[in-house]
Design a protein around this ligand. Structure first.
Ligand SMILES: [Fe+2]
Ligand SMILES: [Fe+2]
Length: 184
């Protein structure tokens, strides 16, 4: 087990919860009834997924793993490209919403949900286990310290509480309490 990887998996849990809410909103064709919440959910991902989670992967864990785990180095380059693609999808969706083009925002959001679902499962099932096999324990400690410092400096010490509260709140406001309990 590597603490830095466990923390990224924890982030994935919060990201997935919000992706699922967006996915359900699209599936049930209710985005036009909740444009403000739809925008809030995408704006949250633009911050939590792109500026927080992907930044931690690229700047700290992937950086260290590229040196210690040469087998995954090429995959990490591709995953970084996928982060760039996800960022463009989020920015396009937000821009479309600002311009009142809900169908375009829906299309971008649908692509984002599919893209990120695949990306996260590849990380969880293939890339992270490979990194856990080769990352030195001392490096893991260093990466963990970098994560903590980055969060405190850029997002605040209680960012996890804020992000979790947002994910639960947007789910409850859009889908009702305990929506996914019956499904999973
Ligand atoms: Fe990633
Ligand atoms: Fe990730």
């Amino acid at each position: 087990m590597r603490t830095s990887v466990t923390l990224l998996q924890y982030d994935h849990g919060i990201v997935r919860q919000v992706l699922d809410v967006i996915g359900e909103l699209l599936r049930s064709h209710r985005t036009d009834r909740h444009p403000a919440e739809f925008r809030e959910a995408i704006a949250f991902l633009e911050q939590f997924l792109d500026r927080f989670h992907h930044a931690k992967e690229e700047r700290f864990l992937f950086e260290a793993a590229a040196l210690e785990c040469p087998k995954v180095a090429e995959t990490l380059v591709r995953l970084k490209k996928e982060h760039d693609q996800a960022r463009r999808m989020m920015m396009n969706a937000l821009k479309a919403l600002d311009e009142g083009d809900v169908p375009k925002a829906e299309k971008e959001a649908r692509t984002l949900v599919d893209h990120m679902t695949l990306h996260i499962s590849e990380e969880e099932n293939q890339v992270f286990p490979a990194i856990e096999n080769c990352l030195q324990l001392e490096t893991d400690v260093k990466v963990h310290v970098q994560f903590e410092r980055f969060m405190e400096e850029e997002f605040g010490r209680n960012y996890y509480q804020v992000a979790e509260a947002f994910a639960n709140d947007i789910q409850e406001r859009l889908l009702g309490p305990g929506f996914f309990k019956g499904i999973v």
